[in-house]
Design a binder for this molecule. Structure first.
Ligand code: BG6
Length: 513
């Protein structure tokens, strides 16, 4: 069939290349991340034929287990966490590639043993010598594991084979600890061997921000301070801290979400076009935005940031306990579960355009989105028709759960009078591309296996992210909150979050679905 200019050819997904033959070592094999995300993601790659026939996994954890037990456990977990229908043939082939070693992460003997087993498994899988290590452990192990791997020679690249390490978040808990971790890693590995993961970059719609901006001619000319009034970024969750009270109470919403996930959304929305899609070209532009974010003074922290903690309430029709009553959380905890802030980016494109961001747990709906609000029309021709109450144009990038883009604009309502109403032009990904089973980790794992670090954080980016939030952490620590809990579960956060917008004559756009 021939498609004319006015017809649209169905879009075929790009076929990615099969990953390099390699062995993946998972530190923290028995943990939640492995069973919920990593194994289902590897299976999805296997079923799309994107793993090399010589691919293998070595799981490492404290509890002793035989290879067979590890395979049985993986099979049981997989039945629970698979992201789509299971093809038994693919799974049976995949599960045989799993091996297991028990050992303590801080015992040098574990690494000697790992080296030996890697040698054997590699022998059985084509002897390619390419290894990558996924650190799905508590963060206090990250630096030491990589040092110990290096001590037994496992980070050493020679004869064309590669060695890489994927480091999970949190990468440090403030600027100093992130710098210290970077130094520790870079002492024994080069930057191009270190893949600092942020699972937000594995989301199709997050990557699509770049496609929307740089593959279309119509958006970029208006993507600046002349046309854009402000940007809102919301990562809104209905869940509480679940079983992670111990971790979360030491982190809080700011550390947990802002220097990492939300900074990704900001940089992709605000960056200049990169000169190419080569990893460093993209990351250079992201880093420039992080450096251009106006630093918070102590006064700014008081007037431009908001923190909150949920009390008991109702979410999705169910009564839920207050944060302070959750497992692992002290009854007088002052940890924030909500944060909102107003940022400015000091460069030519964005001078004077506020970026408002907020994230919180136990809010009314699960929804992540970026709202680009445009300036109003310069002259109100329709002032007799109640149009002054109309909201300005908004382009909304829906990241999850529904993935899509919508544009809100004014249209004439039918009838003899010139009455205007708001309408939405909606695009939903699922309508065009269907839905492929995905955990969000497939692309990132595959990228690591082909050596593409574009969607991973460089050392300087992680540090720049922490530099932005560090002054806030310092002021908040010096002035502990006195009014926690300050929002009931199931509401949109503390009233100060609304006031942050109202002071500027603006308001949050809330999506409840
Ligand atoms: C994690 C945070 O990194 O991201 C969690 O530690 C948060 O607290 C989660 O719930 C949100 O991820 P997603 O993909 O559900 O938006």
């Amino acid at each position: 069939m021939v498609f004319t200019d006015t017809q649209t050819a169905p879009v075929k997904p790009r076929t990615a290349r099969v990953a390099d033959p390699c062995i993946m070592v998972i530190f923290g094999f028995s943990g939640d991340l492995t069973r919920r995300k990593l194994i289902p993601a590897l299976y999805n790659l296997a079923s799309q034929r994107l793993l090399s026939p010589d691919f293998a996994v070595i799981g490492l954890g404290r509890s002793p287990m035989s290879d067979d037990d590890a395979r049985k456990k993986a099979t049981e977990d997989f039945k629970q966490f698979a992201s789509g229908p299971i093809d038994e043939t693919v799974w049976n082939d995949f599960v045989q590639r799993i091996h297991y070693i028990g050992g303590d992460f801080d015992n040098p003997g574990t690494y000697e043993h790992l080296k030996e087993v890697l040698g054997q498994v590699d022998q059985d899988h084509g002897k390619h010598g390419n290894y990558f290590f996924y650190l799905a452990t508590a963060p206090n192990f990250f630096g030491d594991i990589v040092e110990r791997l290096a001590n037994v020679g496992l980070m050493h690249e020679e004869n064309g084979h590669w060695r890489r390490v994927i480091v999970e978040k949190p990468f440090g808990h403030d600027l100093d600890s992130a710098k210290a971790l970077n130094q520790q890693l870079l002492k024994v590995a080069s930057e191009c061997q270190i893949y600092r993961i942020d699972h937000y970059l594995g989301k199709e719609t997050v990557q699509n921000i770049l496609a929307l901006r740089f593959a279309n001619g119509i958006f970029e000319p208006i993507w600046n301070r002349r046309y854009i009034d402000h940007v809102q970024i919301s990562v809104v969750e209905t869940v509480g801290v679940e079983s992670r009270g111990g971790y979360y109470d030491n982190a809080g919403a700011l550390r947990d979400m802002v220097p990492n996930h939300i900074m990704q959304l900001i940089t992709l929305t605000a960056m200049e076009p990169p000169i190419s899609f080569e990893a460093n070209a993209v990351r250079d532009e992201q880093a420039k935005i992080l450096h251009a974010i106006q630093p918070f003074s102590n006064e700014d922290v008081l007037s431009k940031t908001v923190r909150g903690q949920y009390g008991e309430g109702t979410v999705d029709g169910e009564r839920v306990p207050a944060y302070r009553a959750e497992d692992g959380v002290p009854p007088d905890s002052r940890t924030e579960t909500f944060v909102a802030m107003r940022l400015l980016i000091d460069n030519w494109r964005w001078a004077g355009v506020p970026f408002y961001l907020r994230t919180g747990k136990r809010l009314p709906g699960r929804n992540t989105h970026v709202v680009i609000q445009f300036r109003r029309a310069p002259f109100m021709l329709f002032r007799e028709t109640k149009v002054e109450n109309m909201m300005p144009n908004q382009l909304v990038l829906h990241i999850q759960p529904e993935e899509g883009i919508s544009l809100r604009f004014a249209a004439k309502t039918p009838g003899p009078a010139m009455q205007l109403g708001e309408v939405n032009m909606d695009f939903a990904y699922a309508d065009y591309f269907g839905q492929t089973p995905s955990t969000g980790y497939e692309r990132l794992l595959h990228d690591c296996m082909i050596g593409d670090a574009t969607l991973f954080q460089r050392a300087d980016m992680v540090e720049a992210g922490w530099s932005i939030v560090n002054p806030v952490l310092d002021v908040w620590k010096a002035l502990p909150p006195r009014n926690f809990p300050n929002y009931p579960s199931g509401t949109w956060g503390p009233k100060e979050s609304e006031e942050l917008m109202e002071r500027d004559g603006r308001r949050w756009r809330n999506f409840e679905k």
